[in-house]
Design a protein around this ligand. Structure first.
Ligand SMILES: C[S@@+](CC[C@H](N)C(=O)[O-])C[C@H]1O[C@@H](n2cnc3c(N)ncnc32)[C@H](O)[C@@H]1O
Length: 235
């Protein structure tokens, strides 16, 4: 066998290996997409700590703008990727309430919070369709790759609108998977819930949206449903 034919057969083997590896990766992605179940199974919790494109923590900060002393609500914290990052920004006077439908997820976050000396996270086992909080309790709320997993996102957004203060803010992060809520659908459900979109960043397959409660009309006053409530001035 000549040196030329040896080199060409080695090249062919490499290409076959590449095609097989590419096919296996595509099959794995297709299987994950097709069989991805909700709620997200705790058995696969290790995957939740992997960063997702366009849904980074600095981008969440830019949209949520957590401030010391605030009370913020997180729905679907998973293993706490966002919770452990947001809670310290609220200071010792602030508080992060986390709500999940799976006790194992809440236990996981609280274990990690303890290891990191964070004592301002309060866990609640609940279904996001029925939030066990009073009206206007929170300065802000957020959900990252959680809203699409919740069977009735419209009811969930109404509940979030109810527990947010009139000047509150809601940040929704959604990533391409079988459950993803595309931006247009989010905006539609949000409008029905009395929330309006203020800002959207990232491509449609991996985006953060910031929403605000729409203004409520005073008796005898007519307001545009999309009009935001004025935020309090900084001073
Ligand atoms: C894909 S994980 C996202 C975890 C985390 N936010 C992250 O980005 O790594 C979705 C989370 O939403 C929770 N969840 C699903 N349905 C829920 C519901 N109806 N009420 C409250 N939490 C829910 C799941 O248990 C899970 O912790």
């Amino acid at each position: 066998m000549t040196a030329l034919s040896l080199a060409s057969s080695s090249l062919r083997r490499k290409s076959v290996r590449r095609v097989v590896a590419g096919g296996a990766a595509a099959a794995a992605v297709a299987a994950w997409w097709a069989f991805d179940s909700a709620p997200y199974p705790y058995a696969q919790h290790w995957l939740l700590d992997l960063p997702l494109p366009f849904l980074s923590l600095p981008r969440l900060d830019g949209m949520l703008q957590p401030r010391p002393g605030e009370r913020i609500l997180e729905i679907g914290p998973g293993t706490g990727l966002q919770s452990l990052h947001v809670a310290p920004q609220l200071g010792t006077d602030g508080r992060l309430d986390i709500v999940d439908i799976q006790q194992e997820m809440l236990d996981h976050v609280m274990r990690r919070a303890g290891e990191n000396g964070i004592g301002t996270i309060v866990p609640t086992l609940a279904d996001a369709h029925h939030l066990p909080f009073d009206d206007a309790s929170f300065d802000a709320a957020y959900l990252v790759t959680a809203l699409g997993e919740i069977p009735d996102p419209a009811t969930t957004l109404s509940e979030l609108r109810r527990v947010l203060k009139p000047t509150g803010r809601l940040v929704v992060g959604e990533f391409f998977d079988r459950h993803q809520i595309r931006p247009a659908r989010l905006i539609g459900h949000a409008a029905e819930a009395g929330l309006h979109l203020e800002k959207l960043i990232g491509p449609p397959f991996s985006y953060y949206a910031r929403l605000h409660p729409c203004a409520t009309a005073l008796p005898g006053q007519r307001l545009d449903a999309q009009q935001p409530v004025a935020a309090p001035s900084a001073g």
